[in-house]
Design a protein. Sequence first.
Length: 242
Amino acid sequence: MKNVVFLFLIGLSLIGCISKKTTSKSELELLQTIKLNIAEPSGITVFNNNLYIVSDKNGAVYKTSLEGEILKKIKTKFSDLEGITFQESSHNIWVISENKRELIELDLSGNVIQKIKVKGKQQNKNSGLEGICFVENEEMLYVINEHSPKQVLGINLEGEITTKFKIDFSKDISGICFDKHSNNFWIISDESASIYNISKTGQLIDSYKIPVNKAEGIVIYGNKIYVVSDSESNLYVFKKPS
């Protein structure tokens, strides 16, 4: 009987250790919180040691340092812009017009290079295309639909949807970025206040809770994760989990 009790206690101890490991794994280390002088930042990307942040308020794109200091303001003729990504091969940026379901390619002066109309319907103007990233070796844009349905669309530069998959583990999706080192995506959910690491086919690899309200954009750079909050106009810097 003593042996049975002893084994039972050992089992409880092991379960406790596993539980603690899982809890710690689900939390990201917050390195820095930076107040941005940008109204309603709705997307973020990175290129050549600089961040590029798009504003939902005025449709401008801001080039900033990695510490959020504004270096350049790129004006556009659009409003209600969501999401931003950098195409390294052309040195152009892509943004989303959510209410028009358009992907817009801009040069670094804000001039329109091309527009891609994305097929599909959305229940209302605030539940459509929300985030975007560019995968260089595929020459593909990956775009998220916020909800109804929550899905990721793979779109080539001719505007054809070549792949899509649904997301069923979050309340919504508000941002996406591509991690070329792991060949995976990272997506962020405003309503779930979480970051998810997923495979190229949408399989959940890991999830992390974050203390961010209205998280709208995410990008990976080196060993850090950069997140922007629309409502707080803050830039959050997390340590990327190994």
